[in-house]
Write a protein that binds this ligand. Structure first.
Ligand code: AMP
Length: 304
């Protein structure tokens, strides 16, 4: 049994009010798989890099026992590159550069050793690629979760609508939910989006937490109030990795287990933003994660 994480593997250049980085490891798959690896031990990536990515960067993943057999290394080609700049409030950012490079014609090959997968996270990538990966699985996983972003809503809406029909949970932010549904109120947006396919929907609201919709219920999870948000890049992918990692570890998928999974995702995301890139996710301890989960539990518990 395992959890497949499909997604971009990238070099990112990030600018926040706290500083600037040049080409550090990023992408949906590293953030999500590092996050999941702290909760569930059998995480396997499907992705692609150029030979500029380098062994050292792949080792960051394999050092966390993440299976990297499914990362194709394309000789003489360049790794996907993304550059973004955050506004002062850190809730919004501008994508400055999106160089697809190896992602432009990415064909997601699923190694045969990955066919035991019961959980899959279709991380941020072209929806057509997400669907192809799904179609290459010999048996339907117990849970198919998916992320997407404004880039694909704007450029590949038809493919996105098709892929949405095959998944169980969609994980997007509030801006993307409004853009995808054409509705401003999030409750109405959720109804419209779930009518497109997914039984469950998670809407992330940055520092305001996340909403889980499904089974005619709503669950609201807080975000941890943090004094310093250093770099929000990858927080969404880290959330998604923590969410599916918990469900894979627990082994049961229903609204109740998803509520706890949302808290795991939120806790992992709260670490991600404390340092630049994947730095904070590289050296977490079980105790730090346990302490943070307890903080979350205290944050919104009250007596009626
Ligand atoms: P997040 O902050 O969770 O939205 O994710 C940020 C990550 O998404 C960065 O590490 C980027 O490398 C990656 N990314 C940005 N644009 C794209 C895209 N169009 N396709 C796939 N990954 C992307």
């Amino acid at each position: 049994m395992s959890l497949i994480v499909l997604g971009s593997v990238a070099f990112d250049a990030i600018e926040t009010p706290f500083g600037k980085t040049d080409k550090i490891v990023g992408g949906a798959a590293p953030y999500a798989s590092l996050s999941a690896s702290y909760i569930y031990p059998h995480v396997k990536i499907v992705g692609v890099v150029g030979n500029d990515f380098g062994e050292d960067n792949l080792k960051i993943l394999s050092d966390h026992s993440i299976d990297i057999e499914g990362i194709q290394v394309k000789k003489d080609e360049k790794t996907f590159f993304w550059s973004g700049k955050y506004h002062n409030d850190m809730n919004s950012r501008d994508s400055l550069i999106t160089d697809l490079n190896v992602l432009a014609d990415f064909d997601p090959i699923i190694p045969s050793s990955y066919q035991d997968c019961e959980y899959i996270l279709l991380g941020n990538l072209a929806p057509q690629v997400q669907l192809t990966a799904l179609q290459r699985l010999e048996k339907r996983p117990k849970l198919i979760a998916m992320d997407t972003m404004n880039f694909w809503i704007e450029s590949a809406m038809d493919d996105l609508k098709e892929t949405l029909q095959h998944i169980d949970v969609l994980i997007i932010n509030d801006e993307e939910a409004r853009q995808l549904s054409g509705e401003y109120a999030l409750v109405t947006a959720a109804e419209t989006i779930m009518a497109m396919g997914p039984r469950y929907l998670i809407i992330k609201k940055g520092e305001h937490g996340a909403l889980l919709f499904g089974d005619k219920q709503v669950f609201s999870a807080p975000a941890l109030p943090l004094a310093t948000v250093f770099d929000p890049t990858g927080a969404g992918d880290t959330f998604a990795g923590g969410f599916v990692g918990y469900l894979a570890q627990y082994g049961q998928v229903n609204f109740q287990t998803m509520k706890t999974a949302v808290i795991y995702g939120s806790a992992m995301a709260s670490f991600c933003v404390e340092q630049f890139g994947t730095e904070r996710l590289q050296g977490l301890t079980k105790k730090e994660i346990g302490d943070r989960l307890r903080q979350f539990s205290q944050l919104s518990s009250f007596v009626l």
